[in-house]
Design a protein around this ligand. Sequence first.
Ligand code: NAI
Length: 340
Amino acid sequence: SLRRGISATPSAHLHHRGYSSESAPERKVAVLGAAGGIGQPLALLMKLNPLVSKLALYDIAGTPGVAADVSHVNTRSEVAGYVGEEQLGQALEGCDIVIIPAGVPRKPGMTRDDLFNINAGIVKTLCTAIAKYCPHALVNMISNPVNSTVPIAAEVFKKAGTYNEKKLFGVTTLDVVRAKTFYAGKAKVPVGGVDVPVVGGHAGITILPLFSQATPKANNLSDDDIIALTKRTQDGGTEVVEAKAGKGSATLSMAYAGAVFADACLKGLNGVQDVVECSFVQSSITELPFFASKVRLGKNGVEEVLGLGHLSDYEKQGLESLKPELKSSIEKGIKFANQS
Ligand code: NAI
């Protein structure tokens, strides 16, 4: 059998992160694309999360090996590998959270939108299965272009009659992770205490970090510093793509960011109060139907989409210039889902 489950000894991790693995509720998490560059380290990080009781690793190839490997880590969750479309249903059944890093990554010279033709179809297939096998799961969409794949997912779910706007998330956490790292470096403050909201979307200029709201406040940053930090955050993915020189895009930092976001979703589901992360969700805080902003997470997914707060003039300008591109990426996703 391809299933490789293993039960961890509960006594070994009773006091992890203030939770007892016995009191934390059962939660099944699936990673779709689990044998990939993001999928493998993300599978490992989810295996380390004591809030997970079942971890399903799905891909079109390679998951039996990844699952066997990860399953030997002595933490709470039981790991199972699923390979090929005929096992997708089993992977999804009973899931609380489905994380999707399936699809092709960028190579130098490519934009995220260049991935559209391949990844749109993959996302459509996977979301069709989610609607069938775990319609109530929270979906964490990592596959690019996120600005289009999230609207595609929404349309697929609407057609299936399972759409719940509180349960669909585009993962933009890596933009936040980068903004925090770059800000801490420039402002010379300890990175652990830094918070920076990032709003808009997840591609180029649609990524809008709000450094005017960054904490702790830094009084040593000039307007030019803020412009440079903004550009570096927007181009952070491309920085990695170029450094990897044809071998793909961010995988390790993305796995970290994906694990942070999934952990926030799990905490929200478990009733932890005041869990807030930025995410690309259905939104009415601007005229666009989907928009990334701070979101409060709860037992049903999105508890509240938080507003943008006060913006600097530079950020207001950035907001206006990102809208046309984000709007057309959203429309492209909706059109794809409805024509094919
Ligand atoms: P990769 O090529 O290393 O891995 C992708 C995996 O998806 C492969 O194992 C492949 O077999 C699998 N896959 C392909 N078709 C599938 C299907 N129909 N069902 C299930 N699995 C399937 O790529 P990598 O580097 O892991 O990137 C994955 C995606 O994540 C890309 O679209 C990339 O652009 C995106 N990404 C998103 C980021 C974000 O911030 N949201 C950051 C970095 C990457």
